[in-house]
Design a protein around this ligand. Structure first.
Ligand code: GLY
Length: 372
């Protein structure tokens, strides 16, 4: 266990308390709203179905807060009751065959709930969701298709694959494991480049299963490195390595981490796309930084080389410190989010330079990992 310098620990604890205050504020101001991003710092929901992939992250933060509150305290009761209230309505979505995002929804909620209370019915929800996600497997191409079409694979799906591996482990179903690992191998082959950068989307010929080209929706270009996609890959391959212990996945997670580290500015907060044109590169994505910090804090425990492990840990701490010192919403009392400077969709003008719910969640997860 590496200890934080005491002033760093204090910065992190204050930021964690600020995060709790902002989540309470949201619960009280907009009860039962699951917003995706803020508009001028105020939580808003666009309502389109394809934007609902992030509904688990608000209750996910409540599970983090419930876990670390003083046992039996009013605070623990408050967070537990709200976590249950916001998590339960998500259950029917375990049957959704049209989304590739069931891991985002259920690993942040039912998985945390099960880990806290060990009620078997909660585990069943995760297993059901994992089994349904596996039905999106395209046999010829060897990938889980994205929600946009049968010919498409997204880098984000690497964050969802672990729910299939969880279902495989809990049920002993080797077919599920095979699907998850084949998806991860295909993603590694077609979306992770030799220098560790990543593409957002891969397009296949559905008749033959042949990979055709790299493309993007939220990145700058098909051949660029969208920073959030890179961090989904870093975190996703790390988790797949945790389940599979296949060293190729560790190597891939490290390649993504090393690309992030060598291409980010000194404070560790990346531009929204590493290849965005210079005039547009001042637009950052703090959510990518938060995901990266959370992913590095998992990866640092897994690498055999202790110097590398220390580099990943200290980079995560540096990123978190920058987020806490320069990007918290508390510098603006009207701001309702925790982290400023996140980006959802530049091309559609959605959630640009705003708070975004997954950024909030992975920031809290990273703080959880350094504080406890
Ligand atoms: N849909 C995942 C993302 O926007 O990163």
């Amino acid at each position: 266990m590496i200890h934080l310098a005491s002033d760093t620990g204090e910065v992190f604890s204050h930021s964690y308390q600020f995060a709790q205050r902002q989540v309470r504020r949201l619960i009280e101001k907009h009860p039962m709203l699951y917003p995706l991003h803020t508009k001028d710092g105020v939580w808003a929901h666009e309502g389109e179905i394809w934007t609902r992939w992030s509904d688990g992250f608000l209750p996910g933060m409540m599970w983090i807060f419930a876990k670390h509150a003083e046992p039996e305290s009013a605070e623990a009761k408050y967070w537990y009751e709200n976590a249950v209230r916001y998590t339960t309505p998500l259950e029917p979505r375990k049957k959704n065959r049209d989304a590739h995002d069931l891991g985002f929804l259920f690993l942040s909620t039912y998985y945390r709930w099960y880990r806290l209370r060990h009620e078997p019915a909660k585990k069943d929800v995760i297993v059901d969701a994992g089994s349904i996600l596996a039905t999106r497997f395209n046999e010829k191409g060897g990938y889980l298709k994205s929600y946009v079409g049968d010919n498409s694979v997204f880098i984000d799906t690497m964050m969802n694959v672990p729910i299939i591996l969880y279902a495989a482990r809990e049920t002993g179903d080797r077919k599920l494991r095979d699907i998850a690992l084949r998806h991860a191998r295909t993603t590694r082959r077609v979306l992770v480049r030799g220098d560790g950068s990543t593409a957002h989307e891969g397009i296949f010929d559905t008749d033959t299963g042949e990979f055709l080209r790299q493309a993007t929706h939220q990145g700058y270009r098909g051949d660029s490195c969208w920073s959030r996609g890179l961090t989904w890959a870093l975190y996703g391959f790390t988790t797949v390595y945790e389940y599979s212990r296949d060293p190729h996945f560790l190597e891939t997670a490290q390649a993504c981490a090393d690309f992030y580290i060598t291409h980010s500015p000194a404070d560790g907060i990346p531009p929204w796309d590493f290849n965005a044109p210079m005039e547009n590169r001042t637009l950052l994505d703090t959510s990518a930084a938060a995901i990266c910090a959370a992913g590095l804090l998992r990866l640092c425990r897994l690498v055999p080389d202790s110097m590398k492990g220390h580099l990943y840990w200290s980079t995560a701490v540096r990123i978190l410190r920058s987020l806490c010192e320069k990007h918290l919403g508390k510098i603006d009392p009207k701001w309702e989010g925790i982290l400023k400077g996140g980006v959802y969709h530049v091309h559609k003008g959605l959630g640009v330079d705003e708070s975004v719910m997954w950024g909030e969640y992975f920031f809290c997860e990273a703080l959880e990992r350094v504080l406890w």
